[in-house]
Design a protein around this ligand. Structure first.
Ligand code: SF4
Length: 262
């Protein structure tokens, strides 16, 4: 156990009392680094592995710090009483936690050793062997499926979707609980056909009961300027409620438990 607590990784935030990233009240550990570059990403400071400077309200701050598993668990352990009452626990988010496999595995093992419920949020773009290593220590996997068309997927996220879809099959067979999440992004994947194709795939996995549709939003768009980058989605409108309800119906028709929001 001591060796696990000494494993080091890089994070950019720890957020307590979240109710959106898995069951119950949770502490979210945001890991630094992601192999994708989604145009709509609301955590652009998560993407680079390097510790960066960000300007927020005129103040320059560092984004990213190295930390041991023991230090993270100390923080996560503070809200144990809330986890017990609500069925919550620790969620690893990012960035992409599978981009730091040793740190992620050690965090998940330590949490399970301490009786804390675990979840990860993943884009699914990692060697399948990494999921093989970490799934035994995860209670809930929240996985994104963003598009069924590989060309469009690459155009908007910088990566093809073949590995992601392969991993979805593996995870669906081996995870205790898999929830699929689809960000609904106008001009990318917001047609009934596109959401229908994703829902068909999710339904074909056989073990997935829930599919969440996450409407596009602009929260986090100001961080791009703070990082010296340009936000390229300025012209994209937030999807209307009626539109989201129509897409939800498509998901529900496949026998999946659809939900708008995470
Ligand atoms: S996978 Fe998530 S963290 Fe990575 S770029 Fe896309 S939205 Fe951002």
């Amino acid at each position: 156990m001591e060796a696990l607590l000494d494993v080091k990784g890089r994070i950019f935030n720890i957020q307590r009392f979240s109710i959106h990233d898995g069951p119950g009240i949770r502490t979210i550990v945001f890991l630094k680094g992601c192999p994708l570059r989604c145009r709509w990403c609301c955590n652009p400071e998560s993407q680079e592995w390097a510790v960066q400077k960000i300007v927020t309200a005129g103040v320059v701050k560092d984004v990213g710090r190295d930390i041991t598993v023991g230090e993270v668990m100390e923080e996560v352990g503070r809200d144990r009483v809330y986890y017990q009452r609500s069925g919550g626990g620790m969620t690893l988010s990012g960035g992409e936690c599978t981009a730091q496999p040793d740190f992620t595995e050690a965090l998940l093992k330590s949490a399970k050793f301490s009786g804390i419920n675990t979840a990860i949020e993943t884009a699914g773009y990692a060697d399948t062997g990494i999921f093989e290593r970490i799934l035994p220590f995860i209670d809930t996997v929240l996985m994104d499926i963003k598009h069924m068309d590989g060309v469009k997927h690459r155009e908007f996220t910088s990566r093809d979707n073949a590995l992601i879809l392969e991993n979805a099959v593996y995870i669906s067979k081996n995870a205790k609980n898999l929830i699929i999440r689809t960000p609904v992004i106008p001009t990318f994947n917001d047609t009934e056909t596109e959401i229908g194709e994703i829902a068909d795939f999710v339904s074909s996995l056989g073990t997935v009961k829930a599919m969440h549709l996450l409407p596009y939003h602009r929260i986090g768009s100001d961080k791009y300027a703070g990082l010296g980058r340009q936000y390229t989605m300025e012209h994209i409108k937030v999807p209307e409620k009626d539109k989201m309800n129509a897409l939800l119906e498509i998901v529900n028709k496949r026998g999946l438990k659809g939900q708008i929001g995470g």
